[in-house]
Design a protein around this ligand. Sequence first.
Ligand SMILES: Cc1cc2nc3c(=O)[nH]c(=O)nc-3n(C[C@H](O)[C@H](O)[C@H](O)COP(=O)(O)OP(=O)(O)OC[C@H]3O[C@@H](n4cnc5c(N)ncnc54)[C@H](O)[C@@H]3O)c2cc1C
Length: 481
Amino acid sequence: MSNNYDVLIIGSGPGGYVTAIRSAQLGLKTAIIEREHLGGICLNWGCIPTKALLRSAEIMDHANHAKSYGLTLEGKMTADVKDVVARSRGVSARLNGGVGFLMKKNKIDVIWGEAKLSKPGEVVVGASTKPAVQPQNPVPKGVKGEGTYTAKHIIVATGARPRALPGIEPDGKLIWTYFEAMKPDFMPKSLVVMGSGAIGIEFASFYRSMGVDVTVVEVMSQVMPVEDAEISAIARKALEKRGLKILTEAKVAKVEKGANSITAHVETKDGKVQQITADRLISAVGVVGNIENLGLEALGVKTDRGCIVIDGYGKTNVPGLYAIGDVAGPPMLAHKAEHEGVICIEKIAGLPGVHPMDKGKIPGCTYCNPQVASVGLTEAKAKEQGRDIRVGRFSFGANGKAIALGEDNGLIKTIFDKKTGELIGAHMVGAEVTELIQGFVVAMNLETTEEDLMHTIFPHPTLSEMMKESVLDAYGRALNA
Ligand SMILES: Cc1cc2nc3c(=O)[nH]c(=O)nc-3n(C[C@H](O)[C@H](O)[C@H](O)COP(=O)(O)OP(=O)(O)OC[C@H]3O[C@@H](n4cnc5c(N)ncnc54)[C@H](O)[C@@H]3O)c2cc1C
C-alpha cells in the first residue's frame, strides 16, 4: 500500500472526519491520522455525551414536575450515576463506531498514531502518547500505523484541550475538567463550577438536576458572557429558580485542597473574599488549541494565542498546509469545524464559487435548562458598531404551544438593521430553542429582511410561531402580545 496521498488529515474530530469524507467524495486519495478516538472530542467527550447526560437531567426535571401535568409518580425519582454515565458512554461509543464505518465506506485510510510534520508535504506517525479511550472500540483492525506519509495537501485538525489556570490546575481528583465531569464515579453533594461559558453552564445545569448543590463563579458580569445580556439575565433567573447559586464579577483566586473536598476562595467585585467548600471543583475556563509537538515551529507556521493562523479557506502561511476546527481558533464549535473543513477541501479541489468562512453567521447553542441559542450580533454589539437597529421580542408566556408544554418561560429576540431591514441577530432562551435557531440561521444566510419573514407562514401550534411574532414586534405588529 502506498503511503502517498492527495490529502492527509491530522485528527478525526468533526472537523477532520467530515473533511475526509468530502475529500473522498471529490475523488481525492485521502487518509486520516488519529491518536486516540475516532470522532474527536465532540463525539467522545464533548457535544454528544453531554447531551446524553442532559437528556437524563431533562427527564429528571420533568418527573419532578409530574404533578403539574396531572401525573403522579409513586415514590421519588432517583438517579443511578453509574447507569446515567453508562448510557452517555454508550451513545458516544455507538457514534465513535459510526465514524469508523464512514471511513471504510468512503475508502478513507485510517492511520493510527501520533502525527508530526517532518517537512513540507511529509508527516511522521509515531506511537500514540494517549490511551484509546473507548474500550468498546479499541484501535480499529486493518488500519495503518507508525511510518512516514506524504501528501500534496496536509490539513491539521488536532482540536483543543481544557485550559488550566495557574495554581488551579485540574488534578483529575478534586479539580475536574470536562473529562472527569463527564463520567463521575459518584454523585458529589456539592460542586463549584469555575466559568459559565457553554461547557460550565451545561455541567452546572446537569448536576443541579441531579440534586447537587452547585455554585457557579463567573468573572464577567453575566453568565454565558458571549450571549445577549437580556437573554443571559432571563437564563440566570431561571437557573437560580432551579436552585443554582451564581456569582458574577467574581473570581476563584485560590483553591485549597482537603482530603476529599476543596475550598474555593472567591473574590467578588467589592474586594471581599468568600470561602466556598464543596466536594469537587469543575474548571471550565475555556480550551486551548493542540499546537504542540506537531513540528509547526520548524516549518515556520504562524500561530496566535495557542491557535494556528489561517485565512477564510483554512490556508496557513505555509504552502500545502491547512488548519481547521478548534486548532484554528474560535468559535470552538463542532459545526464551525465541519464547515471550515468543507470550505478548505472544496477550495483545495478547485471547486468554483467556494465562499470563505463567515464567522458572523455561526450559531451557538447551550443545552442547559432553559436552553439558550443565538446567531449574529447581540443588541450591545450592534450598538457598539453604530448600527441603527430595530429590536423585536416575544415571550414564551404568550405562545399556545409553550403553555401547553408547560414551558412558558423564555424569550425570542430579533435584531434588524433599521435602514435595510436585514436580520442581523437572533437570540433565544427557553424550551427547544437550540432546534428553533436554525430557522433564523437560514434566514440570515439568505440575507432575509423583515418582509420575507413576515410573509412566511409558520405552522400552528408551534414554538416557531414566536419567531414570526418577534419579527412582527420589531415593527410594532405583534399579533398575540
Ligand atoms: C464538554 C464539551 C461540550 C461541548 N459541546 C458542544 C456542543 O454542544 N456543540 C458544539 O458545536 N461544540 C461543542 N463542544 C466543542 C466541540 O467538541 C469542538 O468544537 C469540536 O470537537 C472541535 O472539533 P475538531 O475536529 O476541531 O477537534 P477535536 O474534536 O478536538 O478532534 C481533534 C482530534 O485530533 C486528534 N489529535 C490531536 N493531535 C493529534 C496528533 N498529533 N496526531 C493524531 N491525532 C491527533 C485528537 O485525538 C482528536 O481526536 C463541546 C466541547 C466540550 C469539551
